[in-house]
Design a protein around this ligand. Structure first.
Ligand SMILES: Cc1cc2nc3c(=O)[nH]c(=O)nc-3n(C[C@H](O)[C@H](O)[C@H](O)COP(=O)(O)OP(=O)(O)OC[C@H]3O[C@@H](n4cnc5c(N)ncnc54)[C@H](O)[C@@H]3O)c2cc1C
Length: 423
């Protein structure tokens, strides 16, 4: 992989997500060699993927080159490669571009979409975990509008204009709100040959309320906001089958739709090679101790979504959201330097900064530890937090410009089928 030999310890980080990037930053210009490996050459700001899917933002405003993040780190290298296997006996990884040895290995590979073993749904639905997948959804939505405009029958038009989103966690809720805005603001202006009333957005959730990870207060408000936007919310509803045209649920409901967006769950993305005991099979996350050290391995660590660290406060592990990944990345950087200096390590303690979700313009819900609220102020806070969390000044400026433009004009400017999606 053409990484120079070094007398310093070599720390290999697999994955340039929130966890891996923050770890790399905390090791910048220290007396260690850092090799960051990712199958993409950019960091993805996943919380705003739904805005790419719904034509609100261009993809390059939520992605950032990994090489640019580490460009001032004289001790760091980036390699564009997929890690295929770990050989813990020889302290080596096998990647799509060759082998590399490590002194310390950090796995920060995040999660992948969980279809719960349903092959039909996996083949026919649209996941939203990456920039290319978000672009596929954008293309499909716009292609369906075009096909609806030339449909030969009402039934055909209905199927093109029926959008089904499965999973009413923050991702599903935010996407449903954004697609409803396409219906309410874009369809009437751009598609005179379509009746907006013919477009339906269905949000299906297996639990008994939307936003199950958030408070009941947030769920109630979010459902009210969604209904006001015209989204049809169905809780206690599990999708059993989807063949590309018909969605079938546990309630016996059958619905014609050309678009089923799967936001119903994720599972870890572990890499082949470690002992089976190191992985909690049900969730595919590495079992780690309070220092993010993978069970049974002294020099292998896992951080972020892929790490399962049960604590008293979080017996089932930390939530798979950005903050634990960021905080674990930061702490592990300091702990690795302590480990190398033979100093005692500091255990990880998660500082919960709250959770939030937005549901279209002017509406959001925020859960803080002692205070829960929704509405315009929550939406303002949501915007500020997401803007400030984006990587890169340029991205922040572009996103702010786009949001302001869209807000004033009720527009979603990125309505382009650049790369048509073939079902
Ligand atoms: C649509 C969506 C919306 C979300 N919204 C929110 C939100 O609003 N708020 C919030 O806090 N959280 C949100 N999350 C969750 C949040 O994005 C994750 O918790 C966070 O990204 C986890 O960070 P991570 O570093 O563990 O993994 P990731 O950010 O997923 O990064 C993993 C990295 O590893 C790389 N990788 C994986 N396997 C390999 C391999 N074998 N070889 C090389 N590279 C590999 C990937 O390319 C990726 O860059 C959302 C997630 C999604 C999908």
């Amino acid at each position: 992989m053409n990484i120079p030999d070094t007398n310093n310890s070599r720390i290999v980080i697999i994955g340039g997500g929130f966890a891996g990037v923050n770890l790399a930053k905390s090791l910048a210009n220290k007396n260690v060699q850092v090799v960051l490996v990712d199958k993409h050459n950019y960091h993805t700001f996943q919380p705003l993927l739904y805005q790419v899917s719904s034509s609100g933002l261009e993809p390059d405003s939520i992605a950032y080159p990994l090489r640019k993040i580490i460009k001032k780190h004289k001790n760091s290298f980036f390699r564009l490669a997929e890690v295929e296997q770990i050989l813990p006996e020889s302290n080596e990884i096998i990647t799509s571009i060759g082998h590399l040895t490590y002194d310390y290995l950090v796995i920060a590979t995040g999660t992948k979409t969980n279809y719960f073993g349903n092959k039909a749904i996996e083949s026919n639905s649209m996941p939203m975990k990456s920039v290319p997948q978000a672009l596929d959804i954008r293309s499909l939505i716009l292609e369906n509008f075009e096909k609806a405009a030339i449909a030969n029958s009402e039934a055909e038009r209905e199927a093109f204009l029926n959008f089904v989103i499965v999973g009413a966690g923050p991702t599903g809720v935010e996407l449903a709100g954004a697609i409803a805005e396409l219906k309410n603001n874009i369809l009437p202006r751009d598609y005179h040959d379509l009746n907006p009333e013919d477009m339906h957005i269905h949000l299906l959730e297996g639990a008994d309320r939307v936003l199950p990870p958030m408070s009941e207060h947030a769920s109630k408000k979010a459902e009210m906001f969604l209904k006001r936007l015209g989204v049809k919310v169905s809780c206690n509803t599990i999708v059993k089958h989807y063949d590309g045209t018909t969605v079938t649920t546990n309630a016996g409901l059958a619905m014609e739709s050309e678009t089923l967006i799967w936001a119903a769950g994720v599972t870890g993305a572990p890499i082949h090679g470690l002992k089976p005991e190191a992985i909690m099979e049900r969730v595919n996350r590495y079992n780690v101790n309070r220092f993010n050290q993978v069970d049974e391995y002294a020099n292998i660590f896992a951080i972020g979504d892929i790490a399962l660290m049960p604590t008293e406060a979080y017996p089932k592990g930390h939530p798979q959201v950005a903050q634990p990944a960021i905080q674990q990345g930061n702490l592990l950087g300091k702990n690795l330097l302590r480990l190398i200096d033979n100093k005692p390590l500091k255990p990880f303690v998660y500082k919960d900064k709250g959770s939030m979700a937005t549901i279209g313009r002017n509406k959001a819900v925020v859960d803080l530890k002692h205070y829960k609220f929704g509405g315009f102020f929550a939406w303002f806070i949501w915007m500020f937090v997401h803007l400030m969390s984006l990587v890169g000044f340029r991205n922040r400026v572009i996103v702010l410009f786009n949001w302001t433009y869209n807000y004033i004009n009720f527009d979603k400017a990125a309505r382009l089928i650049i790369r048509p999606f073939k079902k």
